[in-house]
Design a binder for this molecule. Structure first.
Ligand code: FAD
Length: 364
């Protein structure tokens, strides 16, 4: 999901319209455990009611950014596995798996993600991951195409459907996900597809037209999550951004948005400071507080929705669920999901996309 934070960066890159067109507008996050509503967040609960998220396939987001890079004429070298880097006379050089090394660069920006070969190992793998599949949105589905819908049994079982929009095609797509512990993944592959579908349908019968499209286990990709934050995302001529700096479970759906904000902060600092070391210090300073805050919030909320705990879902279902439907909890939750707590946009001099549309800075 792209949040208003990520969308503000994409607007600066003139990509917001494309992402909005290719993705699905998301107005609400809604989850049930049996008859109880345990998650109900509407973007409209925030004082400014025109905010929304966008559900989009990561390939569409990638293609939009990739096209923008090509349009700038930036040289791309593919088919290199990075294994490390070292300082050389002309700057910092990348080391590749085939034993080759690059020329020296003024600056290496590490965007290699949570298992970056350029950063020291830190943090921990989370117990729970999820099986994911990209499917067509079935005609006549009772699910709302503008809602991220989820169903829970305690915190240990969770299924979800995220509308993804049409991408570059014309068919509405959806992401289906099913939580699974990393340790249970090998055994789950041996379980027949039919038995697995029965388990899902017992939790959420309305998913049947989605599940019908899964005919081969290989349509399901298992994603594991890691929670990690580098203490020092800076080295000489090297900066770590996005998941390479900080990663968390996707429970709050912030990671890609945080990566976009990091990239924007870096671009801004580099444009303002001639000295690279000074620019890097400034870029990290612009982002550190927001990163810390959301790493903590994600760490706090993940076990409530994804863990073996029996106490946490018990409290969630009977106390947190009902209270969260009352103002101001509704507005606080929506701000949290939007990524806007801590004013990350103001810090970076960014404006929200919907505000830009209002002021005619962009076509509506
Ligand atoms: C299942 C799942 C759901 C998620 N949902 C959301 C969501 O809804 N919203 C959200 O904002 N975030 C979400 N996230 C988090 C989000 O995907 C990440 O935070 C985001 O992709 C980080 O971007 P990045 O560019 O830093 O790293 P990545 O997207 O991980 O990109 C790193 C790239 O580097 C490449 N690479 C890695 N190692 C090497 C190497 N040694 N040599 C060469 N190339 C290498 C990888 O192939 C990859 O292309 C989700 C994550 C997962 C796993």
């Amino acid at each position: 999901m792209i949040q208003p934070t990520g969308l503000a960066v994409l607007a600066k890159l003139h990509l917001a319209e494309r992402i909005r067109h290719e993705g699905a507008r998301i107005d609400r996050l809604f989850g049930r455990a049996g008859d109880r509503v345990v998650l109900d967040v509407s973007y409209s609960a925030m004082p400014r009611g025109d905010r929304f998220g966008i559900g989009i396939h990561r390939a569409s987001l990638f293609a939009a950014l990739h096209d923008a890079i090509l349009a700038e004429g930036i040289d791309i070298r593919t088919d290199h596995t990075v294994v490390g880097s070292r300082l050389v006379a002309g700057g910092r050089s990348l080391l590749f798996a085939d034993g080759q090394a690059s020329e020296g660069f003024d600056l290496v920006v590490d965007g290699l993600g949570t298992r970056s070969a350029l950063a020291p190992p830190t943090g921990y793998e989370l117990d729970y991951g999820a099986l994911w599949a990209s499917l067509d949105w079935p005609g006549g589905s009772p699910l709302d195409p503008h809602t991220l819908s989820q169903r829970y049994r305690r915190s240990s079982t969770m299924a979800g459907v995220l509308p993804l929009g049409v991408g570059a095609g014309e068919t509405l797509r959806a992401a289906f996900f099913w939580s699974l512990k990393g340790t249970d993944y090998p055994r789950s592959r041996e379980t027949g597809l039919a038995a697995w579908k029965q388990e899902v349908l017992a939790l959420w019968p309305e998913c049947e037209p989605f599940l019908e499209q899964i005919v081969d286990r290989d349509q399901l990709t298992f994603a594991r999550y890691a929670h990690r934050t580098l203490k020092t995302p800076l080295e000489d001529r090297l900066v770590h951004i996005g998941d390479a700096w900080h990663s968390a479970s996707p429970q709050l759906g912030q990671g890609a948005n945080m990566a976009l904000l990091d990239a924007w902060a870096l671009a801004r600092a580099l444009s303002e400071h001639g000295d690279i070391a000074q620019a890097l210090t400034e870029a990290i300073a612009l982002r550190r507080r927001h990163v810390k805050l959301y790493q903590a919030l994600t760490c706090l909320f993940t076990p409530v929705y994804q863990s073996d705990s029996r106490l946490l879902p018990f409290v969630r279902d009977r106390l947190v669920g009902p209270v969260s439907k009352l103002w101001p909890a509704t507005a606080i939750q929506a701000s949290m999901v939007s990524g806007l707590i801590g004013d990350p946009l103001g810090t970076l001099g960014l404006e929200e996309y919907s505000a830009l549309v209002e002021t005619q800075a962009l076509p509506a």
